[in-house]
Design a protein around this ligand. Sequence first.
Ligand SMILES: Cc1cc2nc3c(=O)[nH]c(=O)nc-3n(C[C@H](O)[C@H](O)[C@H](O)COP(=O)(O)OP(=O)(O)OC[C@H]3O[C@@H](n4cnc5c(N)ncnc54)[C@H](O)[C@@H]3O)c2cc1C
Length: 342
Amino acid sequence: MYQDKASPRGEISVSVVGAGVAGSWHALLFARAGFAVTLYERDTTAMTLATSHWAGGMLAPHCEAEDSEPVIPRLGVRSLDLWREALPETPFNGSLVVSHPRDRNDFDRFARLAPEHRRLGAEDIAQLEPSLDGRFREGLFFPTEGHVEPRRVLPQLHRQITASGATIRFESEREPHDLARDTGGIVIDCRGLAARDAFPDLRPVRGEMVIVETDEVKLSRPVRLIHPRWPLYIIPRDDNRFMIGATSIESGDRGVSVRSALELLSAAYAVHSAFGEARILEIGAGLRPALPDNLPRIAIDDKRISVNGLYRHGFLLAPALAELTLNYVRRGEIDNEVMQCS
Ligand SMILES: Cc1cc2nc3c(=O)[nH]c(=O)nc-3n(C[C@H](O)[C@H](O)[C@H](O)COP(=O)(O)OP(=O)(O)OC[C@H]3O[C@@H](n4cnc5c(N)ncnc54)[C@H](O)[C@@H]3O)c2cc1C
């Protein structure tokens, strides 16, 4: 417990290991709270080793309620506020869920399990997303949700971290227990899948995605297509680019299968036939760090705090998890749903 040491800048050092979305948010909130923070990352600034590099970046706590424990929307809703505060330009245009008539039962199930929506008819959908005019008879609109582009937002967070007085060391692979010994300060381990020594039951869940480019479709928000196997979605990026994601496969192999590529591209084509003429810019996969219950965990062992298991929800949950860690360090507050003390 560190509450009596929570102090102005410089009195207690905090080392954060891993500059993915979890580590970046921890470094940011601790630096802003006045701690002397150093963030260590083994990768270059390109960050292609991070799962965060491959993510969709949807901030969708209400949609995720369809397939998650209540702790995910609870923390996710808090994260929306923290994203807004840190990056006010984050688009909060909501999320749209659509389905084809054959998937009607799954659509109704989604509506039942994710209740924070407005039901839309064909005209409402066309008003919201003119490119989808005449393509879907019904939709669900989740108006308060947002999205970020991970490959742009990570560098933005890193700039804010240094502007808050912290140091970031890229190409600097460090082991949390060595740092704890060498610095005598608090160490926050956000190594994602590389932290299997701290979480022996951590496993990779592959998420495959495709990035395409077309100027024939315009979308203002993520569009989810109800699909019997995976939550498939299309997320608009700048410069007429779209990310199509994502599969969810129990595997640590980063390769993309033909079957997955076919399913992702067919899903996009089913949302709008103009995707048939889009240029494929990239096909890739990231490995989501998941614990057996697919829920996040903050494990506290003296001055070493390990944050992991962000699974499908790293961008959604990282700000709220960082806030919980900070509240623990400052005031000893324990969140029983995600924290584990040894
Ligand atoms: C295709 C796909 C789509 C997704 N879409 C979404 C989405 O829409 N919304 C959402 O909320 N989530 C999404 N996710 C999930 C999200 O990407 C993850 O939950 C999140 O990236 C996990 O973040 P992390 O910081 O824990 O791990 P990582 O991003 O992997 O970061 C860990 C970092 O630690 C570094 N590291 C490891 N060991 C060391 C060491 N010894 N020293 C220094 N550095 C080290 C690594 O290089 C890495 O940069 C998606 C994931 C995938 C794959």
